[in-house]
Design a protein around this ligand. Structure first.
Ligand SMILES: O=C(CO)[C@H](O)[C@H](O)COP(=O)(O)O
Length: 284
C-alpha cells in the first residue's frame, strides 16, 4: 500500500468526522497532534464561518496548525473554569474494539489527554493501519512521558511489570539525544504483549492484572501511571465515551470523569477509500 493511499485514507476520515461533529457555532474546539489532524484542520477551515470559535491546541505543532489555518488558538489554561470544549478531534496510534486508544506516537500525549478529558465529545480520526481488535497488535509500544531524572528508575519498574525492552525515545534530527516533549520531559516507549480488552478478561482469556503475564488495558495504564516519575501514559481508556460525554455535558461534572478519555467515535479511513465508524455500539 502506498503512502498516497494512507494520506487519502486520513483525509477521507477527517472529512467525515468533521462533517459529523464540527458545529461552526461551537465556542471551543480541541485540536490534537500528528499527521492526520492536519486534514481535520483543513476540513474545519472549509466549514468555518464563525471567527469567534476558539481552538485549543495540544502542543507546539498543533498550535502552529491552528494559526497557519487562520483560526484562533487559546491555551488550555485560559479556558474558563467549568467550561467544557464542545468537541475535541485527535489522531490515534492504535484503537481496539472497546475504543481504547494508544496515543503519543508524536510525543504529545499529556496535553492531548488534558484536552480529550475536557471535551464534551472526543472524536478520533485514523487510517486503516490503526484499526485493530487489541492494543499493541501493530503498534509496538506504550509511549510514557517521564521526568528526566526518573528515566532509569521508571525503565526498571516497567521491566518488572513485564515490558521486555523499554527504550528512551531519541532524535537524530539536528542534535542527537533524548527527544524532549513540550513539557521538557522524556518519552519511554515500552513494549508489552498485546493488551486484553475487558471483554477478553470476562471471557477468561487471561487475568489481565499482570500475574499471569497478561495485562488488560485499564490495569496496565493504572500500574504505569502509579510509578513515581511518570507524568502521563499514552493509553486513553476508562469510562465508556458515551457515558463520559453525558457526564461532561452536566455542569460541574468535570471531576467525575477524570480517568475517562475514550473517544465517542473513531473514524477510520480505509484503503479502498471508504470510511468505517467505530462507536460503543459497534462498527459500520
Ligand atoms: O498521539 C499522537 C501524537 O502524540 C497522534 O495523535 C498519534 O501519534 C497519531 O498520529 P498520526 O495522525 O500522525 O498517525
Amino acid at each position: 500500500m502506498t503512502d498516497t493511499n494512507v494520506e487519502a485514507a486520513k483525509r477521507a476520515a477527517a472529512q467525515q468526522a468533521v462533517a459529523d461533529h464540527f458545529d461552526p457555532s461551537a465556542s471551543f474546539v480541541g485540536i490534537g497532534s500528528g499527521t492526520t489532524i492536519v486534514y481535520v484542520v483543513e476540513a474545519i477551515k472549509e466549514r468555518s464561518t464563525n471567527p469567534s470559535v476558539l481552538f485549543v491546541p495540544t502542543g507546539y505543532q498543533s498550535r502552529q496548525l491552528v494559526i497557519n489555518a487562520g483560526l484562533t488558538p487559546i491555551s488550555f489554561d485560559s479556558i474558563p473554569d467549568r467550561v467544557m470544549l464542545d468537541v475535541a478531534f485527535d489522531g490515534a496510534d492504535e484503537v481496539d474494539t472497546e475504543l481504547n486508544c494508544i496515543k503519543g506516537g508524536g510525543a504529545c500525549l499529556f496535553q492531548e489527554k488534558l484536552v480529550a478529558e475536557r471535551a464534551k465529545k472526543f472524536v478520533c480520526v485514523a487510517d486503516y493501519r490503526k484499526r485493530q481488535d487489541r492494543l499493541l497488535t501493530n503498534w509496538p509500544t506504550i509511549p510514557i512521558e517521564v521526568a528526566p531524572l526518573s528515566q532509569h528508575k521508571v525503565e526498571a519498574s516497567l521491566r518488572l511489570l513485564g515490558s521486555t525492552n523499554p527504550k528512551l525515545r531519541t532524535t537524530l534530527l539536528e542534535k542527537s539525544g533524548p527527544l524532549k516533549t513540550d513539557q521538557h520531559f522524556f518519552i519511554i516507549d515500552a513494549p508489552f504483549p498485546a493488551l486484553l480488552t475487558s471483554a477478553d478478561v470476562a471471557a477468561g482469556k487471561g487475568k489481565g492484572d499482570g500475574s499471569d503475564g497478561t495485562w488488560e488495558v485499564n490495569n496496565i495504564s493504572k500500574a504505569i501511571k502509579g510509578l513515581t516519575g511518570v507524568l502521563e501514559v499514552g493509553i486513553f481508556s476508562g469510562m465508556n465515551g458515551n457515558d463520559a460525554q453525558a457526564l461532561r455535558a452536566k455542569d460541574g461534572a468535570l471531576s467525575a470523569v477524570t480517568g475517562g478519555q475514550k473517544p465517542i467515535a473513531v473514524y477510520f479511513g480505509m484503503a479502498d477509500g471508504s470510511v468505517k465508524l467505530r462507536t460503543a455500539d459497534g462498527e459500520q
